[in-house]
Design a protein around this ligand. Structure first.
Ligand SMILES: [Ca+2]
Ligand SMILES: [Ca+2]
Length: 355
């Protein structure tokens, strides 16, 4: 389950807890129906090289040359209707939909864990303004995230609010890294083509859309005159959102201009999982060709918690607070954690287009 709140003072177990979460069991499909490889929803990213990173943050440095083979990547974030088809066919339950088991949280007394219902972490504006300088503290997020019983991809804001069936074209959220893996496994089974999460390098290369060394997916300037380029947060985070872009939380995928490769929402809307472990200094020694991330993880803010990389920023990002819709910006989260602003997009290892 998403353990930010349960374990922020206790420390999550690393990756090995996948087994206790029941995720090592081969995923079942309950029908013989096949899913077609949908070229209309995938973009071919040609092989090439680019300058990965930026000078904006320590963990985006040094800027370094990376070479990649070509690959297919989703033009869109995976949507609620796509994830619903997976859940229906496989019977898979996301981590947010499972009641926490005492054995997964040995640090918490069994009597206490029994009281905790399945749920996830939902953005909840605090009652009071937060001074800008405090927004950047590494644990400031505790002020605007709440564990909500019954929240999951089916009910992004909790069971009292609008469900995912009313938001079919919105990106699926509350998806833990493990859940995204299971989706890829299922899609591989249904299509006969290997699907997986993008590596961090693939994600950044694809998100840059063929531009080199630009801070934003569309160029150097954050705002283009008169044009809204992404679903982010306008106004004073976390209490005032002017919704200049039209959306308070998620937007249906594909509502904002695509990048140079035809990808939508690679800046903002929801965060997107990558396959890599997070290491702040990985770029210093990463291989030039097709880097796949380090073998271990370290987050100086929360040592002992192994985290996977997320990219893209979300509807909660502002220039004031995080600016994370820049294509080089890195985020890290424990792989069993889903949140109301986090989803994913997929990569497919299908042959290159013939033309
Ligand atoms: Ca918005
Ligand atoms: Ca996104």
């Amino acid at each position: 389950m998403g353990c930010v709140f349960l374990l922020v003072f206790l420390g999550c177990k690393p990756d090995e807890n996948a087994k206790s979460l029941g995720l090592k069991i081969p995923l079942k499909s309950n029908s013989d129906s096949k899913v077609q490889f949908d070229k209309e929803r995938m973009a071919w990213i040609p092989p090439g090289s680019f300058d990965m990173g930026s000078e904006m943050n320590q963990d985006e440095q040094p800027i370094h040359k990376v070479k990649l083979d070509g690959f297919w990547i989703g033009k869109y974030e995976v949507t609620n209707e796509e994830f619903a088809e997976f859940a229906r066919d496989s019977g898979y339950k996301t981590i947010a939909e499972r009641k926490p088991k005492p054995e997964d949280f040995p640090e918490i007394p069994p009597g206490e864990i029994d009281k905790i219902k399945a749920g996830s972490i939902v953005f909840t504006p605090p009652d009071e303004d937060i001074p800008v300088e405090r927004l950047k503290a590494h644990n400031a997020f505790l002020a605007w995230w709440k564990y909500v019983a019954g929240a999951s991809w089916r009910f992004p804001e909790g069971p009292q609010k609008e469900g995912a069936e009313k938001k079919a074209k919105h990106p699926v959220v509350h998806i833990a890294w493990y859940d995204a893996q299971e989706y890829c496994k299922w899609l591989t089974h249904k299509t006969g083509i290997k699907y997986r999460l993008p590596t961090e390098a693939e994600w950044e290369y694809a998100a840059r859309g063929g531009l080199q060394r630009k801070e934003y997916i569309w160029g150097d300037k954050q705002e283009l005159e008169g044009q809204i380029m992404a679903n982010i947060w306008q106004g004073r985070f976390p209490r005032e959102n002017t919704k200049k872009d039209g959306y308070y939380t998620t937007a249906p995928v594909g509502k904002f201009p695509p990048n140079g490769y035809g990808l939508f929402d690679v800046g903002g809307n929801v965060w997107e999982w990558c396959s890599d472990w997070y290491m702040p200094n990985y770029y210093r020694n990463s291989p030039v060709s097709n880097p796949k991330g380090p073998n271990e993880s370290y987050d100086p803010n929360e040592p002992g918690q192994w985290k996977r990389v997320q990219r893209s920023g979300s509807f909660l990002c502002t220039d004031l607070y995080c600016g994370a819709f820049r294509p080089s910006r890195r985020m890290k989260t424990t792989p069993d954690t889903g949140m109301s602003h986090a989803g994913f997009r997929v990569v497919a290892e299908a042959p290159a287009p013939k033309d």
